[in-house]
Design a protein around this ligand. Structure first.
Ligand SMILES: O=c1ccn([C@@H]2O[C@H](COP(=O)(O)O)[C@@H](O)[C@H]2O)c(=O)[nH]1
Length: 283
């Protein structure tokens, strides 16, 4: 099944726009596993099992595994999700961006090694740095467009003097992703929940693309404003990601149950409420 279809099916099945981010930090593990990087798989698998009927996607962040030499635990985790939550798409947050030949290797890493359904990419190096990922017809790729961090202003808000209308960089990218670059409908955009006005702008420029939206929870973005700005009935959807607020909801042996409660509350806060929208994710 293609990534976009899998995403749509998971949204409907779980009636959810929430993506749980898997950013395992051993220093924040529950007391009985605290500091033990050997428990990364156990921790993430428990979160997956507790939230798999509440989410539209999972988003493991590769840095949290690589930093602890835990790539083998990421492979195990991906296999666990395929086995126990096969209906939930997995977006590998890797933010890769390199020349074509190297991008081919990164694409193999994401899609062959880790079996991800989609990957995040930095589009800074241009179209040929994205193309190798699009050769996997069933997979998706999310391009960083207007990121959730304050430093995103340094580049993404700059105007391009040589392009008609002098769009900001993020606006130019949104147009490319909706148009020329999106040959087979595999692209989406990363837009931070911390900038709802820009989410709205990107939605104008890219009406059909799925948005991966980090920045609610620990970064303080507003769930309802995010959905109002980015989600359109029967058109572009949003995959709203929260990591730390869910993962570290409690520090005792009940951590997975606490994560589930926060995930459920977040999913509920993300329900579309505009008059044009239905309460449930439409089928
Ligand atoms: O613009 C971006 C792009 C990616 N991220 C990633 O999302 C999560 C956010 O974690 P929280 O704990 O929910 O704040 C993390 O993996 C980032 O690398 C982002 O925050 N902003």
């Amino acid at each position: 099944m293609k990534f976009m279809q899998k995403l749509q099916a998971a949204e409907r099945l779980n009636d959810s726009l929430l993506c749980v981010g898997l950013d395992p930090d051993p220093a924040r593990f529950p007391t009985h596993w605290k500091g033990d990087a050997g428990r990364i798989y156990d921790f993430c698998a428990a979160i997956v099992d507790a939230t798999k009927d509440v989410v539209s996607a999972f988003k493991p962040q590769i840095a949290y595994f690589a930093a602890h030499r835990a790539e083998d635990q990421l492979e195990q985790l991906m296999a666990h999700i395929k086995r126990n939550a096969p209906h939930v798409p997995v977006i590998l947050d890797a933010k890769r961006g390199d020349i074509g030949a190297t991008a081919e290797q990164y694409a193999r890493e994401a899609f062959d090694r880790y079996q991800a359904d989609a990957v995040t990419l930095s589009p800074f190096m241009g179209r040929d740095s994205i193309e190798p990922y699009l050769r996997y017809p069933d997979k998706g790729a999310f391009l960083l467009c207007r990121t959730s961090n304050p430093g995103g202003d340094d580049w993404q808000m700059q105007r391009l003097a040589d392009v008609p209308g002098q769009p900001r960089l993020f606006e130019h990218l949104a147009r490319l992703a909706q148009g020329d670059w999106n040959l087979n409908g595999q692209l989406g955009l990363v837009v931070g929940a911390t900038y709802p006005k820009e989410i709205e702008r990107v939605r104008e420029l890219a009406p059909d693309l799925p948005f991966l939206v980090p920045g609610i929870g620990a970064q303080g973005g507003d769930a309802a404003a995010t959905v109002a700005a980015g989600w359109r009935k029967d058109a572009g959807t949003v995959i709203v990601s929260s990591s730390r607020a869910v993962l570290y909801a409690a520090s005792g042996e009940d951590f997975a149950a606490a994560a589930r409660r926060v995930a459920q509350a977040t999913r509920d806060a993300l329900r579309p409420v505009s008059p044009a929208a239905s309460q449930a994710i439409p089928g």
